[in-house]
Every structure is written in C-alpha cells, then in structure tokens.
Ligand binder design. Structure first.
Ligand code: ADP
Ligand code: MG
Ligand code: MG
Length: 889
C-alpha cells in the first residue's frame, strides 16, 4: 500500500482512493472509492482513515492535531460540490456517518443518517422538499439514531413514545403519523435526551459531526467488537475508518426508495439478481422489517429505466471485482445512487456453485475457484439440516456455536436431559450456560442451547467436541429456574415443549421441525468441484472407518484409503461382548485361547467386509488399543450386584460365586490411571494371543478375498509404541502370524506392518522405530494428550473453556493441531523416519486430519495423507488443495 505520505493523509475524498486501499480506507470506504472512480453514481463524500483511528487511541482518545480542521475543510468542499450548506437552513447539507473496518464486522457503530438536522435546518428541509412530513420524519429519525448510538440512550425509550402516539391517534403504522405529530414527538424526544443524557440535544451541526465521528472510533473497542475480533483472530491494530457521505433520500415519494441486492442468489448461487426494495423509505427501514419489502424484480415494473441502470451497474461491479457483490442503493426521485458494494456472504452450496459458474464464465481460473470456498464451510453440507420445505418463524437467534440442526424437547437441567434421553426421547438441553456438571446431560441431548456465553464458552467447546449442534449466547432466551419456566423471543416455553436449534445459523425455532440427514453421496456440483481439488492437491485424503458401511461412505466421499480402522468397537458388539469378557476373565492360557478362537470368525467377517469395500485401496487396521477393563462391568456395579445376590440367594449360590469371581478379577485389574496403564501395544505384549488372533483374522479374510480376485491391501498398525523393542516384538509377532496364514492359504497378499505415533518418546526415537515399522501414522488425539499431559475428556469438560477465555490457549488443541509443541514433535518424527527410509509412508489419523488449518500443516510437513471421519473427507480434499496452492497456510 501507501507510501508514508499517503498513510499520513487522514482524509480521502471518495474519488482519491481505490478498491485496493481496504487497509487504509476500510472495506466500505474502498468500495465507495472504487465505485466513484469507475464513474458510478455515488453521493459525494470522504473517508477518514483507519490510521487516524489508531492515532486517536494513541492520544488517549483524542483527535490528532489538525484533524478537526481537516474535517472542517472537507465539509466546505462537500458544500461546494453539493451546492448546499452544512447547518444552512436555506439549503441544508445532510450527511451519513458510517463505520467501516477492513473486514466487515458486527459490533461496530451503527450508521447515523440525516446528520446536520436541527430545529432550523429541519424547517428549511421542509420548505425545500415541499413536504413537512418528510422533514419531521427525517429529523425524528436522526434524533433517535444519534441519541441511541452516540449518546447511549435506549432506543426503546423512543419506540415506546411512537407506539403510544399511534395508539392515541388510532393508527397502526408509522407512515400514518403526520407532520404535526412527528414535530411533537421530536420535542418529546429532546426532553428524553435532557432526562437521560443530562444535556441538550446538540443543535450545532459541527458538534454533531465530531461526536458521531468519535463514536465510530470508540466503537472499535466496544465489547462486542473486541469479542468478535478475538474469536475471528482479527488484530486490534487494524482500526476502523469513518465514512462521511452526503445524504440522498429514498423517502421523498413513490418514485424514491431504497434497497439491497446480491448479484447472485446467496442461498443457491443461481445467477440472478436477488434482493429487496422498499418504496418511499430510508436505509434502515429495509433492515428493520417495519414494512415488508418488495422483490427487486418489482422495481422493473415500477421504474424500468432505473432498474435496468441498476442491473447494468450490478453486472459491471461483479465483473470488475470478479466476485458476487452485495449492493446497497437508494433512488431519489427517479435517480439511482450506489451506497455500498462488497463481496457477498453466501452459503457453502452457493459458494461452490458460483465458483464453478465463474470458471465457466471465464471470470476466474480453476485455482482461484478453489481458493474462493472456505474448506470448513463445507461442513455445513454434512450435518443434519432443517428440511428446506419447512415453513417456520425464527423465535430468536444466538451465536452459531457448533454446526448442524437438532430438534427435541426442552430439558432445563442435565439430569432430566439424561433421564429423558435414556427413555429414548429427543432432548435439547436448554441452560443459561453450561459447566462441567452438565456434561452427562449434553451427552444425552441432540443439541444444546444457552442464553449466555460466546463461541469459546463451555457449551460451545464441549458441543463441538461431541459433534453436537449448539446455539450459545442466545439473548432472546430467558430462563427462570426457580419456577422452571423459560421464554423464547418473549414467548413462554415449557419444559418438555419441542424446539429446533440450528447451530449453523444460530436460529432457534419454538417447534419441532423436520430435519434431513446429510447426503451420503456427493451431489454432482460438489463432485466436480472436488475433482478440481484432487488435481491440485499433492497429499492424499483417507478416512477413519470401523465398519463396511462407513468404508463405503468414505469411498463415496472420495477417500483413497482407510487410515484408521479401530478394532475395539468390534469387541463391544452385543453377541461378542460375553466372549470378550470370558477371554479377559480366563485364568489359564488354554481358556483364553479357547475364547479367542470363538472371537476369530467374528473378526474375520468384519475385516472381510471392510477389505472388500475398500478393494484396490489400503486399509490400516489398528490392533486392540483400550485397556481391557473397558469391556467389563464397573467395580461399583459389581459391588451392588454381588451384595444383592448374597442377600437374595446366599453365599453358596453359583450365581453369587460367579459374580464374585468377576468382581475379584476386576479388582485385580484395577489401575490407578488406566489410560497410561495396560493398554495399546503393552496389552499385545502381555497377552500376545490377542494380537495373534486379530492378525490371523485379518489375513484369513485377506487371503480368502484375494483368492476370489479381490485386490486387498491390509496394513497392520500397532498402537502406542514408545520403544524400538516394543515395535520389534509386536511387529515380528504380527509378521509371523501373517506369513503363517499366507502359507496355509497358499495365496500371496502384500501387506505392511507399521505403527501409530502417539507418544512424545516415539517421535524422538522415530528413526529406530523405522527399522521395524513400514509406515507411521500420527495419532494426534493421544499425542496431544500425552504432550500436554491433558486427559481430553476431562480437559474439554473442565478447564479448556476457561483457558480459551483467558487466552492461555489460543485454540482447543484437540480441535486445531498445536503446531508449536505437538507439531514440532511430529516434524522431528518425520525427519528421523525419512532419514532411515526416504520413502517412508507417513500419515495422520487423529481428528485433526479433518481440520483445514491442521491439514495445511500436515501438507507442510510432507505427510503422504491425512485421514479423517468420512464426512470430513470433502473438507480435507479442499484444504489439501488450498495448501498445495498456497492459499491455506
Ligand atoms: P451497514 O454497514 O450496517 O450496512 P451502512 O453504512 O451501509 O451500514 O448504512 C446502512 C444503510 O443506511 C444503507 O443501506 C443505506 O441505505 C443507508 N445510507 C447510508 N448512507 C446513506 C446516504 N448517504 N444516503 C442515503 N442513505 C444512506
Ligand atoms: Mg451497508
Ligand atoms: Mg490412541
């Protein structure tokens, strides 16, 4: 950007700047400049730079020297250009004061319209326009806006007076209030200002302007703006610009009006003008929803010439910016004015379709198209959604804290949520906020709604971790726990009533809507788009899948292999669990072997299904990982049961003795810290027959399939290895069984034996591990746990939300890979491993494999693939492409 000289120039008339100057002029200012420069009809005005805002703060909230004079001179120039006088009753110049940071940002100051009105200029405006009503309506709007935005008086205080006045007059809408009544209301409003701000409403127009400009500066550090920046990682030192723009009036009769329009449909991406228009109205009326706006197409009938001029401008702006634009405009007595242009927000579907269309229109290249769609936004497409056919009213809106929609009955505390959940009811947990004591209720619920808390609140963090929808900080929700009642958007809602929450948008609806499941195959437009991503990316995307059904889904969504197939889920299934328990409880080697022999056919069947579904692609099967106690009843349950049996059937009864045997064994197996105890490869070393059975099942299935011409590629993965001896012991044992089976069946099957890297020590001795492991896969869930020394489930439910609030952690390290700590261990492991074997295949199978920023990091590390849950495969494919193209870092 700018040389020092330009950076020091505090005030820029619109035609002096251009669209590339967002940093200095803010997004709105740069857009106004670019449009003015292109000769489009923009009312004259100027922008005070973001740098000036920063200086204002450096000076302890004081205008830098010379600024006031500069503003005065700019207003004189504006008077010259418009032929009007600021504060001149004969022909008053009115302006709008509008904030505008580099990125469009909620929490900044609301725009003030009609600044420059006072008791005298209002009279003048009435004469000039020939409409008393217009002038007094404009003045009352200005007093309301200025008083609420700048003087901090509650807007409702004014709205109440308008409502009372309408009641008194026996009318129902604002337009029915006549000039005389608006004039009286203005007088009442000024009294309200006296009562609440302990000052007169400023009549000096220069004072009005100065106060308004300083308010914009002040809003940069308002709580809402600051919170928004924290969450979106926008630096504080950008500052906001202020735009002062001469007013044009859409409320001067039926040939006037105001509207907003998108150059394409922001929901579907369809290439047609989409928007709303309100005749005889001023800016904020469209947003305020006081009157129902007309479709933009209706303008074509009413004022065809203006409509076609607008259509032409919209097309030009889109071609100029090479992106869909969001436009604001006003028509004053048949003349069109452009008030804003910016790149439009859109749904994920629209983003993809528009990117595809713009390539077809030769507006952008394929690679640009790939960078236009945020990878994480694709997530929207793979959660339950409200059926688009549903018609509904939004009761209130909160923060879209965790995506997806959920419908269920309101439960006001975690215990009732758990109870109803266990009865099979669909429940939405509704709380003021959540804390660790609510986690069991969150588990039992379809979704979570809270009245307080932001995007890093406990509810938000835990819900995201659980993959459940969450709307947080919903101010329209009031809960009275003493009476166990609540209101949504002012209307009462009882515990047990149905509601729907949409965590993708933040909407809350006071009824149970029909939801639709995410698609299990890719729609054609997305398949095409992702095929471009595949051309651009260099890293593969695999999926984590434990069942043939998941494997099929993963393939449909574009996975090129299975990076993690967990075998413990296979042990948990109903008819198998008793056999697993029998195996664990065996006292002798023979008894254990017998139980394992019974499990073998089940496991073989599992592997058969997955290997078949993934034919032609690698399937990484992890041998048993969790501590064995997870397959047994808890000590507490057993204590209760044995006591009951003893009382009922006596100490000699066989059922009591059997239960006692189990209890004894459970007590024997008790560990202080099972997650760091007898699990992962340690289990396979103490009970080698378990891993032997699993490897046998894998290769029996693989050989059978191979015999039938199926291309199988099993990869055996040993979990939790920390030393080369562990790797050698378990690796050799696995290979021995594999070779045995291959020899028995007489078919050759290619396979690899590798390890999951999930301990810091494994990273630091990765070169030694590489002597015995043919591949590495980073298990970053455990690697994060062990590197930080946090237990994930406990941490996310207790201190991580607070850590995020206090900025002790920038992100939840279980969601976004910690590059500095965990990442440097990974880097070390990659370097050491590849030193031994240049071609060593390395991937990641932790949940980070589906997080775009983590995917980009893995690309940078030179990993061969990322593996994530099936529904995140499309996200990872796009993220991998963006990383390869350098647009995602
Ligand atoms: P936001 O960033 O919230 O969109 P804007 O500064 O764009 O705020 O202003 C809101 C609305 O006020 C605009 O849509 C426009 O209709 C109206 N507005 C702003 N400046 C003017 C102006 N100079 N003349 C007429 N209307 C204006
Ligand atoms: Mg706007
Ligand atoms: Mg693990």
């Amino acid at each position: 950007m700018a040389t020092t000289a330009t950076a020091e120039k505090p005030i820029w008339f619109f035609e002096e700047g251009n669209g590339d100057m967002r940093e200095l002029l803010g997004g709105k200012g740069a857009g106004l400049a670019e449009m003015t420069r292109a000769g489009l009809p923009v009312p004259p005005g100027f922008t005070i730079t973001t740098q000036t805002c920063l200086q204002y703060y450096e000076l302890g909230r004081r205008n830098p020297p010379g600024l006031d004079d500069g503003i005065g001179a700019a207003m004189t120039e504006l008077e010259r250009r418009t032929g009007k006088g600021f504060g001149d009753p004969a022909n008053p110049l009115l302006v709008s004061v509008r904030s505008g940071a580099r990125a469009s940002m909620p929490g900044m100051m609301d725009t003030i319209l009609n600044l420059g009105l006072n008791d005298q200029t209002a009279e003048g405006l009435a004469k000039l326009s020939g409409s008393d009503r217009f002038a007094w309506d404009a003045y009352r709007r200005f007093v309301m806006m200025f008083s609420s935005v700048v003087l901090g008086i509650e807007k409702d205080l004014f709205e109440e007076q308008i409502t009372a006045r309408k009641k008194k007059l026996g009318v129902s809408t604002d337009p029915e209030i006549d000039a005389e009544n608006w004039r009286e209301l203005v007088a009442d409003f000024k009294q309200t200002v006296r009562d609440h701000a302990k000052r007169e409403f400023p009549q000096d127009v220069h004072e009005q302007l100065k106060l308004a400009i300083n308010s914009v500066f002040d809003s940069w550090f308002s709580k809402r703006a600051t919170d928004y920046r924290r969450y979106n990682k926008i630096p504080d030192n950008w500052g906001t610009a202020v735009n002062v723009c001469s007013m044009v009036f859409g409320n001067l009769g039926d040939d006037s009006g105001t509207g907003v329009a998108f150059t394409r449909d922001p929901n579907t991406g369809a290439k047609q003008l989409y928007g709303e228009y309100l005749r005889n109205a001023q800016g904020e009326d469209v947003v305020a929803g006081i009157r129902t706006p007309e479709k933009i197409a209706d303008l074509e009938r009413a004022q065809p010439e203006v409509y076609h001029q607008f259509l032409d401008i919209a097309g030009k702006l889109e071609r100029h910016y090479r992106d869909m634009q969001d436009l604001e405009f006003t028509i004053e007595r048949g003349k069109l004015y452009m008030l804003q242009t910016r790149n439009a927000k859109r749904t994920a579907e629209a983003a993809v379709r528009i990117a595809l269309d713009m390539v077809a229109e030769k507006l952008i290249t394929k690679n640009e198209a790939l960078s236009r769609v945020s990878a994480s936004s694709l997530d929207q497409l793979f959660h339950a959604r409200i059926d688009p056919k549903e018609k509904y009213e939004i009761a209130c809106t909160g923060l879209n804290a965790s995506p997806g929609a959920a419908a269920g009955q309101v439960a006001l505390d975690a215990d009732i949520a758990e109870k109803w959940g266990s009865e099979g009811k669909a429940v939405v947990l509704v709380r003021v906020e959540t804390n660790p004591n609510d986690v069991h209720g969150m588990f039992a619920s379809r979704g979570v709604l809270t009245a307080k808390g932001g995007a890093t609140s406990h509810a938000a963090v835990v819900a995201r971790g659980m993959g459940k929808p969450c709307v947080a900080g919903c101010e329209g929700l009031q809960i009275d726990m003493r009476n166990r009642t609540a209101t949504l958007g002012g209307k009462p809602i009882a515990e047990g009533d149905w509601i729907t929450i949409d965590g993708t948008t933040g909407d809350v609806i006071a009824s149970g809507l029909k939801l639709i499941d995410p698609p299990s195959t890719l729609p054609e437009w997305l398949a095409t788009f992702l095929s471009w991503a595949d051309e651009a990316r260099t890293m593969e995307v695999w999926a984590n899948a434990d069942t043939p059904q998941d494997a099929v889904k993963a393939r449909e969504l574009g996975a090129m292999g299975i990076g993690l197939c967990r075998t413990e889920h296979m042990f948990m299934q109903q008819e198998r669990l008793p056999i697993v328990q029998e195996m664990i409880l065996s006292d002798t080697h023979e008894a254990r072997a017998e139980a394992l022999a019974k499990l073998l056919p089940f496991q073989r069947e599992d592997f058969h299904g997955i290997l078949e579904a993934m034919q032609g692609l690698p399937v990484t099967i992890r041998l048993l990982d969790p501590p064995l106690h997870e397959f047994l009843p808890s000590q507490e349950t057993l204590l209760v049961e044995t006591t009951e049996l003893r009382l009922r059937e006596g100490e000699e009864s066989p059922s009591y003795r059997e239960k006692m045997r189990i209890l004894k064994r459970v007590q024997q197996m008790h560990e202080q810290n099972p997650m760091l105890g007898l699990r992962v490869c340690r289990l396979g070393i103490l009970y080698p027959e378990i891993y032997a059975m699993q490897v046998r099942a894998i290769f029996e299935a693989a050989c059978d399939l191979k015999k039938h011409g199926v291309d199988v590629r099993p990869e055996v993965m040993i979990p939790g290895v920390g030393t080369k001896e562990e790797m050698k012991f378990t690796g050799d044992a696995a290979r021995k069984v594999a070779e045995e089976v291959i020899a028995e069946r007489g078919v050759k099957v290619e396979y690899h034996v590798g390890t999951m890297i999930e301990l810091p020590r494994a990273c630091t001795v990765a070169d030694e591990l590489a002597d015995h492991a043919q591949f590495f896969s980073f298990g970053t869930n455990d690697l994060t746990q062990t590197t930080y020394g946090y237990s994930r489930d406990d941490a996310e439910a207790t201190f991580i939300p607070r850590y995020l609030e206090l900025k002790i952690l920038a992100d939840d390290p279980f969601q976004v890979l910690d590059r500095q700590g965990v990442g440097s261990l990974m880097q070390d492991a990659v370097r050491r491993g590849r030193e031994k074997h240049k071609e060593l295949k390395i991937g990641i199978c932790g949940e980070h494999g589906g997080d775009p920023s983590s995917v980009a990091f893995c690309h940078g590390l030179g990993l061969n693939y990322v593996s994530c849950s099936p529904y995140r495969v499309p996200i990872a494919r796009l993220a991998a492409a963006q990383a390869a193209l350098g647009s995602l870092k």
